[in-house]
Ligand binder design. Structure first.
Ligand SMILES: Nc1ncnc2c1ncn2[C@@H]1O[C@H](COP(=O)(O)OP(=O)(O)OP(=O)(O)O)[C@@H](O)[C@H]1O
Ligand SMILES: [Mg+2]
Length: 387
């Protein structure tokens, strides 16, 4: 197989032209030129180009500073920021002082833009929020004192309506934030963004069909990561890695693998017995309705299986892996927590049993998560190794 240079599909590759975020970029650029620039609460889920847009803004302007807050502490983040700007932080120097020192040493003009990227971690506790707020106030007051025109933008995945929770009152009133939203990428946008990158890979065989497939899956079917460009890139890279080219078949395979991995992870995060219970529901449903399930339309509910059968199945599986005696109420607790996380539904229905003369009722479990995805995941797990 010929070695391909997949750099354009990597995280760090910089597009020659920012597509799909030109509006947000324009808002930020115009804001910089205005008489009294505003401060933005830049909000969007993972992988929606927030950092990229800030980075490109920085390249297009002077005196833009990005402080990436994903380190373990704000101090650490600020120290790293200073070092990157060739400024050496002093021992026990206050973070806001460090930031100001960097700005004073580096800024050429008097229009300053500061991005705090990924502030989510800083807002995990009340003390953190207060500390962050105090630093923001210090920076704000001192930039003002020195006669700079400036903006302080905060980048986050959190909703603007919760901004108050993450910012101290005095910081909030100084910044008077406005939301700037990065919505999930649509299918068409993901397609365009992927093709923009593929054009830059020499000798790669790829089809538009495959790109459309990835775009559609990521836009609609990504289990909470809808529209995430990082995910689209992951899938494209995985497909090319195994097939050497980006065909529909390769894309489908890569997507299916990632779906299976996703569910394996969900199962592995559960206590072993609970995961085995969910698996038992999957296996019972499949066995019971094997033929009919093929006919189900997309979005239609699966068929219910009886709780007593599921329990039987769980017990024989548990025995096979040497899981000791587990009381019924324990199983019931696991079932309830599966319901709470919306993976299954439980209802009491008349028994479907053919000898049900007395109209007896029984608890029935219906799977709400996708049966086949879960099934492939249960196949991938080695159940003989308890965790
Ligand atoms: N409009 C775009 N054009 C080209 N590439 C993009 C675009 N948006 C996102 N990407 C790519 O997708 C990946 C994720 O983007 P980015 O890091 O900017 O996301 P983010 O919104 O900052 O996510 P997070 O909240 O996880 O930090 C990067 O590799 C980036 O280059
Ligand atoms: Mg980011």
């Amino acid at each position: 197989m010929k070695r391909l240079n997949l750099y354009p599909l990597s995280e760090n590759w910089r597009p020659p032209k920012l597509l799909a975020r030109d509006k947000q970029l324009k808002v930020l650029l115009e804001n910089r030129e205005s008489q009294s620039p505003e401060n933005f609460w830049i909000q969007g889920n993972r992988g929606l180009g927030k950092t990229l847009t800030a980075t490109i803004f920085k390249e297009m302007t002077e005196d833009t500073f990005i402080i990436t807050c994903s380190s373990s502490s704000f101090r650490r983040a600020v120290e790293e920021f200073a070092l990157k700007n060739d400024v050496k932080p002093k021992v026990r120097e206050d973070p806001s002082t460090i930031i100001l020192r960097v700005i004073e040493e580096k800024a050429e003009g008097d229009k300053i833009t500061i991005f705090f990227d990924d502030i989510d971690r800083l807002a995990l506790g009340p003390t953190l929020t207060r500390d962050f707020g105090i630093h923001i106030c210090n920076i704000y007051d001192r930039l003002l004192e020195r006669g700079y025109t400036f903006s302080i933008h905060l980048i986050t995945t959190k909703d603007f309506k919760d901004a108050r929770k993450y910012l101290d009152r005095s910081a909030e009133s100084r910044l008077n934030l406005r939301p700037l939203i990065f919505p999930p990428y649509s299918e068409g946008e993901i397609k365009k963004l992927l093709m923009q990158r593929l054009e830059f890979i020499d000798d790669l065989e790829w089809s538009e069909e495959a790109v459309s497939y990835i775009a559609a899956r990521v836009a609609r079917d990504a289990e909470g990561r809808e529209g995430d460009m990082r995910l689209a890139l992951e899938i494209a890279r995985a497909a090319i890695k195994t097939f050497g080219k980006l065909t529909l078949e390769a894309a489908e395979k890569a997507w299916k693998d990632r779906e299976t991995d996703y569910w394996v992870e969900i199962l592995k995060e559960m206590p072993f017995g609970k995961a085995l219970l969910l698996a038992s529901i999957v296996w019972e449903t499949l066995d019971r309705y094997e033929d009919e399930i093929e006919e189900l339309e997309e979005g239609e509910e699966y068929y219910p299986v009886s709780w007593s059968e599921v329990k039987k199945r769980w017990r024989s599986n548990a025995e096979a892996v040497g899981l000791g005696n587990v009381k019924d109420h324990r199983l019931r607790k696991w079932l309830d927590s599966l319901r709470e996380s919306d993976l299954v539904e439980a209802r009491t229905l008349p028994k479907t049993h053919e000898y049900n003369y007395t109209n007896m009722r029984e608890l029935y479990i219906t799977l709400k998560a996708d049966l086949m995805k879960l099934f492939y995941a249960t196949q991938k797990i080695d159940w003989s190794k308890r965790w």
